[in-house]
Design a protein around this ligand. Structure first.
Ligand code: NAD
Length: 349
């Protein structure tokens, strides 16, 4: 393909990073953007020099000839907007979580297949030097077979836009589990080779968020902390923890640990920031070695660059809609288990 791909971006909070990501690729041009907030639309349109601006995404899809669309709206709109994009013949890069539920996710994948278009989920934490380097080691067999993993993202206090859509289940689908946990679940599963989940046990709590909401008269009907245990068809187990509010020392704590038959690994954030480190712990002939990733490290691209590159070079992309759906199945089951107080078996149609 030798022509420029026309790109549209819907939702301009996180969506502005999508614009910047696409603008880095020589085969992509962001020609149109959409946001229901006209002030944000104008501000971002001017900042990134995007000519065509729409307060209605549906109108944008009708009037523009787009090849690729990013969806970065509140979670509730991921499904209807993706369906509209596929109907308009576009490839879709959708923000995480894929949707509010696995049912919605399946509908999106069916629409993508019908249109013959691609669907990628913005699991952006794969696109770090540390995650990519670890994935390479896992694929080389450095840690052997992975049988257990623990993946967490905790915040001492970090309730996003308190009183806004993130804390309203009807708009978000849930709290920190679907917001932060989704990234850490994906990262662990990707490193583990995406085994199929078969059952889960989940718990969710919201003592801090609900007390704050009551004191501020704000809407908040999601958890502020969730934990879960996930069992896979290959016998492996994953433990997940996610919080926006917890009485812990760290303001921001991310860690994904994998336990393998001949080695282990860790990807974690440094000093409560969004910088990461990667380590491997290897056992060879009874001797134990620690390995740390040091610069210079192989460069990585953004998810947007990767998506465009995969399309123009006719190569498969990573962070597929199918993987997004497996994560949705886990999230659905964890929330159902938390509500029922019982383990839940994942069933597929
Ligand atoms: N991958 C990541 O690391 C990452 C980081 C932050 C947010 N996100 C995801 O990005 C999405 C957006 O989150 P955010 O933090 O940018 O939220 P936000 O509230 O800051 O921005 C959402 C924007 O979407 C607009 N919007 C709402 N409905 C719309 C519609 N129907 N059409 C067009 N625009 C619409 C809003 O006006 C707002 O400007 C969420 O799904 C979130 O989970 C991902």
């Amino acid at each position: 393909m030798d022509r420029l791909l026309n790109v549209g971006v819907i939702g301009l909070g996180m969506g502005r990073h999508h614009i910047a990501g696409y603008q880095n690729h020589p085969s992509a041009q962001v020609v149109a953007i959409s946001d229901t907030d006209p002030i944000r639309l104008q501000e971002i349109g001017e900042k990134y020099n995007i000519p065509n601006r729409y307060t209605s995404a549906e109108q944008m899809l009708q009037e523009e000839k787009l090849d690729v669309v990013s969806i970065a709206t509140p979670n509730k709109y991921h499904n209807p907007l993706a369906l509209a994009c596929f109907e308009a013949g576009c490839h879709v890069l959708c923000e995480k979580p894929m949707a509010l539920s696995a049912v919605e996710g399946r509908e999106m994948l069916a629409a993508a297949a019908k249109a013959g278009k691609r669907m990628m989920i913005n699991f952006s934490y794969r696109f770090t030097e540390q995650s990519m380097a670890l994935k390479q080691q896992v694929e080389m067999g450095t840690v052997g077979d992975i049988y257990f993993a623990r993946t967490i993202w905790h915040r001492r206090r970090g309730l996003p836009g308190f009183g806004g859509w993130f804390g309203q289940k009807a708009l978000s689908g849930g709290g920190p589990l679907i917001d932060l946990g989704v990234h850490r679940i994906d990262l662990a599963l990707w490193l583990m080779g995406y085994p199929k989940p078969i059952w889960v046990l989940g718990s969710a709590y919201n003592p801090i968020g609900s007390a704050l909401a009551a004191s501020l008269n704000a809407k908040f009907d999601v958890e502020d902390l969730a934990v879960g245990l996930i069992k896979f068809d290959n016998g492996a187990t994953l433990e997940v923890e996610a919080s926006w509010a917890a009485n812990i020392k760290e303001s921001e704590l991310m860690e994904t640990r994998l336990y393998g038959t001949s080695g282990g690994l860790v990807q974690r954030n440094l000093d409560e920031t969004y910088k990461f480190e990667a380590e491997l712990y290897i056992e060879r002939e009874g001797a134990h070695f620690d390995m740390k990733l040091h610069p210079p490290v192989p460069p990585v691209t953004t998810p947007m660059y990767h998506f465009i590159d995969s399309i123009v070079n006719d190569k498969p992309h990573i962070a597929t809609g199918e993987e997004g759906l497996l994560v949705m199945e886990i999230l659905d089951a964890l929330y159902a288990s938390a509500a029922d107080g019982m383990p839940i078996k994942i069933t597929r149609p």
